[in-house]
Design a protein around this ligand. Structure first.
Ligand SMILES: CC(C)(COP(=O)(O)OP(=O)(O)OC[C@H]1O[C@@H](n2cnc3c(N)ncnc32)[C@H](O)[C@@H]1OP(=O)(O)O)[C@@H](O)C(=O)NCCC(=O)NCCS
Length: 158
C-alpha cells in the first residue's frame, strides 16, 4: 500500500481530530489529569485542527494517507523560542499505531524539513526515532506547561 504525503486541508479536520485525540491518551495518560485528557476529545481536537489549518502561510501541516485514509500527520512553523529564532520547528508528528515502523514518520519528517523540535523527556521511543533522522539533543532542557501540567522536555536539533 503506497503512502501519499500532502498538505492538510479543511476537509481533514474530523479525521485529524480523531487521531490526534487518541494519541494524546496514548502519550499522556500517565502525565495529565484524567479531566484534562477527557477534554482533549475528538471534537475539540477537530476544532483545533480547523484553527491550525487556517493559521497562515508560515504554518504548515502535512498528512500521510493510505488508500484515502489519514494515517499520520505533522505540523511545522516558525521557532517558538522566546527572544531568538532557531529556524523551523516541528510542533508535532504522529503516525497511527496500526501503521508505525513502516517509514511513514520518516517520510513526514523529511517533508516537514525542520531544524529542531522539543520532545517530552519521558517519550523515549520518539527520541530514538528522531536520532535515527539525525536530530540530537542540544543540551537545552525546559519544563514546559502542557494544559497546566509541568512536563520536562529536551530540545533536539540537526
Ligand atoms: C514517533 C513516530 C512518529 C515514528 O513514526 P513511524 O512511522 O513509526 O517511524 P518510521 O517507521 O518512519 O521509523 C523511522 C526509523 O525510526 C525507527 N523507529 C521508529 N519508532 C521507533 C521506536 N519506537 N523505537 C525504536 N526505533 C524506532 C525505525 O525503526 C526506523 O529506523 P530505520 O530508518 O533505521 O529503519 C510514531 O512512533 C508515533 O506516532 N508515536 C506517537 C506520537 C509521538 O510520540 N510523536 C512525537 C511527539 S509529538
Amino acid at each position: 500500500m503506497a503512502t501519499t504525503i500532502r498538505r492538510a486541508e479543511s476537509g481533514d479536520t474530523v479525521s485529524l481530530g480523531a487521531l490526534h485525540s487518541a494519541v494524546w491518551t496514548e502519550l499522556y495518560s500517565d502525565v495529565l489529569p484524567p479531566a484534562t485528557l477527557a477534554s482533549l476529545d475528538r471534537a475539540t481536537m477537530a476544532e483545533l485542527w480547523g484553527r491550525f489549518i487556517t493559521r497562515g502561510d508560515d504554518y504548515v501541516q502535512f498528512v500521510a494517507e493510505i488508500d484515502g485514509k489519514i494515517v499520520g500527520f505533522a505540523g511545522v512553523g516558525p521557532g517558538r523560542e522566546p527572544g531568538y529564532e532557531l529556524g523551523r520547528e516541528l510542533y508535532f508528528i504522529v503516525v497511527s499505531p496500526l501503521h508505525r515502523r513502516s517509514g511513514i514518520g520518516k517520510a513526514l519528517l523529511k517533508q516537514a524539513d525542520v531544524d529542531y523540535l522539543w520532545i517530552a523527556e519521558h517519550n523515549r521511543a520518539a527520541q530514538v526515532f528522531y536520532r535515527k533522522q539525525k536530530f540530537f539533543p542540544d543540551s537545552v532542557r525546559r519544563v514546559g506547561a502542557l494544559f497546566g501540567t509541568e512536563l520536562p522536555e529536551i530540545r533536539m536539533a540537526r
